[in-house]
Unconditional design. Structure first.
Length: 435
């Protein structure tokens, strides 16, 4: 990195109560359709039967095979982390630009990198040697296109992106050309990445979540009792609806269009006060989904509901309140569950308090385990560890299930984490079940 740029970033980060390092080499870490015919004479008189020639079967397309070059082992590996930190907005002229609360736009990226730094400390203590660089993609010196153009990522052994979809495609294309693994750790968007065996989507896509919901309901034999709330006037919600409507003979639901809040008279014919009413809501917008839930709670106080929602609902305020939606069980799929009472969880709490003087959140855990697990894969298998991602023994919390994804034409897309948990919220508390 540019020396002056790096120095400025370090000075800014030291002013933040939750951050100390950017762009600095850290010695630590780790790791048939088929064709056929039946022919006969079209004449009514006697005819000589001719045996039809066997017709060749059309070639059935198989899934594209994915192969990798030989791994490269190094005495020292380099990991580059790209994150949205907004340091230029957080620190101006050597002073904090905010008083009491860090701006929401910066919290995820900063917390993720805090966890990454704690992972570095752990792995350093284990005797692993790696160089770690953190780049703020929202500063001029950290723009992904600039980093790529200036060849600052050419010697990287692994790229980890805690970035939004707008930054993914350029980084993925570069990593594919250079044969460098690129792990997109936060965004559920694939940014239209295709045929890229070095790209991993760690946050499962909306399509994967919808497939998980269907599988859960089919396991419980609830298919003939399900009501599907959907809407078509919001692109993300319409996508979720279509993901849930893939051809499946065991999936049969009653559908309610919710472009507007549905009339009570319509719902009265669908719900039963004597049993638990199962609803799937393909509504990703948290505010609108909450209006629908509040409508159910208000209009049907004596009824019981089991609602299956979208992964975005984990940020819905009402599911964490004991007095809200008391007769509604809300089920949400999520790829991560972090037990703060586990030995690793307690260790992270202590380490975070000592280093940053605060308490951890989910993004700290995600940063920690992403960097720790992938660094151990690097250390154990070298730069091309792709055929060994089933080795999740060193993943601190989540037993990631990294699988190849293909499109409907069986063309390879990329690798994706398919591991999901099912959270069930009711009365302000929740339970977690692993798939």
């Amino acid at each position: 990195m540019n020396g002056n740029s790096t120095t400025n970033c370090i000075m800014k980060l030291r002013l933040l109560p939750a951050f100390i390092l950017l762009g600095v080499s850290v010695p630590c870490v780790t790791q048939a359709q088929f064709l056929g015919g039946l022919f006969g004479s079209k004449h009514k008189h006697k005819y000589k039967h001719v045996q039809p020639k066997p017709q060749p079967k059309a070639l059935v397309k198989k899934k594209q095979e994915v192969t990798y070059p030989e791994t490269v082992r190094k005495s020292r590996y380099r990991i580059d982390i790209l994150a949205s930190l907004y340091l230029d907005d957080l620190v101006n002229d050597g002073k904090l630009a905010y008083k009491d609360k860090m701006p929401d736009k910066a919290t995820s990226g900063v917390a993720f990198c805090q966890g990454a730094l704690l992972a570095m400390d752990t792995l350093k203590a284990m005797g692993y040697d790696m160089d770690v660089f953190i780049h703020d993609v929202n500063t001029q010196s950290g723009f992904p296109t600039g980093l790529i153009g200036n060849k600052q990522l050419d010697t990287s052994s692994l790229l980890i992106g805690a970035v939004g979809s707008k930054d993914i495609q350029d980084v993925a294309a570069f990593a594919n050309r250079q044969h460098i693994n690129f792990v997109s750790a936060l965004s559920a968007s694939d940014a239209d990445v295709k045929d890229d065996k070095y790209f991993t989507l760690l946050q499962p896509s909306l399509q994967q979540h919808c497939a998980f919901i269907k599988k859960e309901l089919q396991k419980k034999n609830l298919n003939d009792k399900i009501t599907l709330f959907y809407r078509t006037d919001a692109p993300a919600d319409d996508n979720a609806y279509h993901y849930l409507q893939t051809k499946d003979t065991t999936w049969s639901v009653r559908k309610v269009l919710c472009n507007a809040i549905p009339d009570k008279a319509v719902l009265d014919m669908l719900f039963d006060s004597a049993t638990s009413n199962v609803i799937v809501m393909s509504i990703t917008d948290i505010a609108y989904a909450q209006k629908l839930l509040e409508m159910l709670d208000r209009n049907y106080p004596g009824y019981r509901f089991e609602v299956y929602g979208m992964p975005s609902w984990k940020g819905m305020p009402s599911i964490h309140k004991t007095e809200a939606l008391e007769n509604i069980g809300i089920n949400i799929s999520a790829p991560f569950y972090f037990n703060q009472n586990s030995p690793t969880g307690k260790y992270l709490e202590r380490s975070f308090k000592a280093k940053f003087n605060g308490h951890t959140g989910e993004m700290v855990y995600r940063g920690y385990e992403t960097v720790f697990w992938y660094a151990t894969l690097l250390h154990k298998y070298g730069t091309i560890f792709n055929t060994h991602v089933a080795d999740n023994a060193n993943a601190p919390f989540t037993k990631f299930s990294i699988k190849p994804e293909w499109d409907k034409n069986l063309d390879f897309l990329y690798d994706q984490n398919e591991h999901l948990y099912l959270y069930r919220y009711q009365g302000g508390s929740y339970m977690v079940a692993e798939q």
